[in-house]
Design a protein around this ligand. Structure first.
Ligand code: ATP
Ligand code: MG
Length: 282
């Protein structure tokens, strides 16, 4: 039968084989989830270039750490990947094999990309419950509001936040740590393909750090790729990173494993500065 198919239609045959292989190993994905090709980011208003050509292919669910000193361009890159309108992007960004470089932030979100911002914004006049109910209905296919709010409560609890927070205005008047935790709970609610987490641990107390790590682990368990920007090696004691990227002066200067985190902990970023200079940075 296979021989007949080769003669009749080679493409049908190849598709059959791919389906067969996929059924043997359903957890193996056929396309890369997030790909950046020579991505350069500039501030639209001033034209200043901040990120000077980053290429990265994140292929499997897991935790991809991004470290680098203040001002290295980590947040700008994450914001640009999410489609923030303050930035001009050159190069190509692919999500699940589809080019998303020209899409709006909302379109990127609908395709499974999300960003937990370094500085989550307040939305006055909108309750946390409304935000979570909408997200859970849209992204998890839950129809009943009661069921959506039940899940919202559970997600808040995961991050040590009280259910009463559902009645508050979104982010309004919240402490730094509360904002970070609520933002992470919102990302969990969205069940994203790719979650960009910009310092979800900053301003979070020592005991809550474990809750943040648990939430990151849960994202991965649910199949997400997590890109985690952090300054705190301490958070990484609770997690198993797939890869570590070190940025300096708008460039990725090193890619490796946990040894890079230890090097930063022990030596700081002097070595990264040297690598950046040899890659053409001033
Ligand atoms: N919208 C903007 N307008 C002007 N300058 C910007 C803008 N966005 C980023 N920058 C500048 O680009 C540089 C990189 O900033 P970015 O926030 O990406 O750094 P970072 O690596 O996230 O640093 P940190 O670890 O402090 O969060 C900084 O000098 C910052 O002031
Ligand atoms: Mg930042």
């Amino acid at each position: 039968m296979i021989l007949v198919l080769i003669v009749v239609d080679e493409e049908v045959f190849i598709n059959m084989c791919l389906h067969y292989l996929a059924s043997l190993a359903p957890q193996v994905r056929c396309v890369d989830l997030l790909e950046l090709y020579d991505v350069k980011v500039s501030v639209k208003e001033t034209g200043r270039r901040i990120v000077h050509g980053v290429t990265a292919r994140l292929t499997k669910p897991g935790i991809y750490i991004v470290m680098g000193p203040n001002g290295a361009g980590k947040s700008s890159l994450a914001n640009a990947v999410m489609g923030h309108e303050a930035y001009r992007v050159e190069g190509r960004i692919l999500l699940d094999g589809q080019d998303i470089t020209g899409l709006s932030t909302a379109e990127r979100a609908l395709r499974g990309l999300t960003l937990a911002s370094q500085n989550p914004e307040e939305i006055e006049g909108v309750r946390v419950s409304e935000v979570f109910a909408r997200i859970i209905k849209r992204f998890r296919g839950v129809e009943s509001t009661a069921e959506a709010l039940g899940l919202a409560r559970e997600l808040l609890e995961t991050l040590g936040l009280p259910a009463s927070m559902l009645n508050r205005e979104y982010m309004v008047g919240m402490s730094g740590g509360e904002r970070k935790k609520l933002e992470l709970a919102r990302v969990l609610a969205q069940k994203p393909k790719v979650a960009l987490l910009d310092e979800p641990d900053s301003g979070v107390d020592v005991e809550s750090l474990r809750l943040v790590a648990n939430a990151v682990g849960r994202l991965v368990d649910e199949g997400s790729i997590v890109v985690l920007i952090t300054h705190q090696p301490r958070l990484l004691h609770y997690l198993e990173p797939s890869e570590v990227y070190v940025m300096y002066n708008g460039r990725v200067v090193a890619v490796g494993g946990y040894e890079l985190v230890e090097r930063i902990e022990n030596e700081g970023y002097g070595w990264a500065a040297q690598l950046a200079r040899s890659a053409g940075a001033p």
